[in-house]
Design a protein around this ligand. Structure first.
Ligand SMILES: Cc1cc2nc3c(=O)[nH]c(=O)nc-3n(C[C@H](O)[C@H](O)[C@H](O)COP(=O)(O)O)c2cc1C
Length: 362
């Protein structure tokens, strides 16, 4: 249960960290979209392990195979299945975890609920599952690009090291220019040093990813349960290790007065209705208003650390556990393409839903 998301652009992910493969089936992708395996691979390469010394050293090429739904480079309107085979599983690193629970990971709650779990690599709770999301997000992006929508995410902070850049100053090139994926090169150096110091100490840290969607038309989302920000919040909070979601001013808006916070309307020279500020984050009443979508996602410090910690075994006896194996000292640099993918998937679904409901009315 809970492995499927989206209503018209609908994805189901499958596979475990140390199983034969992970993958996704996309149902509802419109036909005749140009699906390029190299583009999907480019996105997967931004997520894959071993990109630098501040990411996990698991050796995976994460090569994508297109199993169905694409003919001569075009989507056929049938289910698209994308598969990545796992290559570098090292199960022995997890033998202790078969008996003991890692603090703040999924081990205890999963075992209690199902009475069985795929221990190696964390099974379904492994970030390898997010390969499926990134691959599907890459397909969703083809649809978004046709509508002039661009989604970008970047590392805004690592602990208290934070940048204060205007969204419209950030480019994809600046984000990809360093291993942290922070568009401010000087801050990226400091963030890298902080993450690296944590890695050496066997500890971990978290931070915040900012995400912006440009060119989103007016009208996506709906007023009650399927508010666009509610859909985005669910998508972002489904990413492993995410602990908070903000749209627009978010929690900082609580410190402002209404007169300062309200986004004043004006008509621009092209006859479009715009807002002077964007504290709403591009969504009002659950529906996109044509301004950029502005979001932030908080990520906790990685649960598995290479330090002795208090825990219990499966029988509840007190014990200690020290993480082994290869882990990310900070998930943020690799989570950037995952945040982008989740935003793309929600927007693709809502583009189709909007057209489905409104198609006949214009
Ligand atoms: C890109 C990425 C990489 C991750 N790498 C690790 C890791 O190396 N070790 C680990 O314990 N958790 C890692 N996580 C987080 C776990 O998957 C996550 O904490 C776990 O599934 C429990 O879920 P929760 O933290 O959302 O409660 C990673 C998450 C992401 C997004």
């Amino acid at each position: 249960m809970g492995n499927t998301t989206g209503r018209l652009f609908r994805i189901t992910t499958f596979g475990e960290s140390h199983g034969p493969a992970v993958g996704v089936t996309i149902d509802g992708c419109p036909p005749r979209l140009s699906i390029d395996g190299a583009e999907i691979q480019r996105d997967l390469d931004r997520r894959k392990p071993g990109q630098s010394r501040i990411t996990t050293q698991r050796k995976e090429l994460d090569l994508v195979e297109i199993l169905s739904g694409v003919d001569q480079g075009l989507s056929t309107g049938t289910p698209i299945t994308l598969l990545v085979r796992n290559q570098d599983a090292r199960g022995k690193d997890y033998s202790e975890m078969r008996e003991k629970y890692r603090p703040s990971h999924a081990d205890f709650s999963y075992q209690q609920k199902y009475g069985i779990r795929s221990v190696e690599g964390g099974g379904r709770a492994s970030a390898r599952e997010t390969i499926a999301r990134v691959a599907a997000g890459s397909v969703a992006e083809v649809l978004l690009k046709k509508h002039g929508i661009q989604v970008l995410a970047w590392v805004e902070s690592v602990q208290e090291l934070s940048i204060d850049m205007r969204d419209d100053e950030v480019t994809a090139e600046a984000i990809e220019a360093n291993d942290v994926r922070c568009p401010d090169p000087e801050m990226a150096v400091q963030m890298f040093a902080r993450i690296d110091a944590m890695r050496k100490a066997g500890d971990s840290i978290g931070g915040i990813i900012r995400c912006v969607a440009r060119g989103v038309p007016v009208g996506l989302g709906s007023p009650v349960f399927d508010k666009l920000e509610a859909e985005l919040a669910k998508a972002m909070m489904s990413i492993p290790a995410s602990k908070g979601f903000e749209i627009g001013s978010g929690f900082a808006g609580t410190l402002m007065s209404g007169s300062a916070h309200n986004d004043a309307f004006y008509g621009d020279k092209d006859g479009r209705i715009r807002t002077r500020t964007n504290f709403s984050g591009g969504i009002q009443g659950g529906i996109s208003n044509g301004e950029d979508l502005r979001m932030r996602v908080a990520f906790k410090p990685t649960a598995t650390i290479l330090m002795e910690q208090e825990s219990v075994d499966k029988a509840g006896n007190a014990t200690t556990i020290k993480g082994r194996g290869r882990h990310d000292p900070c998930v943020l640099p690799r989570a950037v393409p995952i945040v982008e993918a989740m935003a793309k998937l929600v927007l693709a679904d809502h583009l189709l839903l909007h057209r489905g409901q409104m198609g006949a009315s214009k």
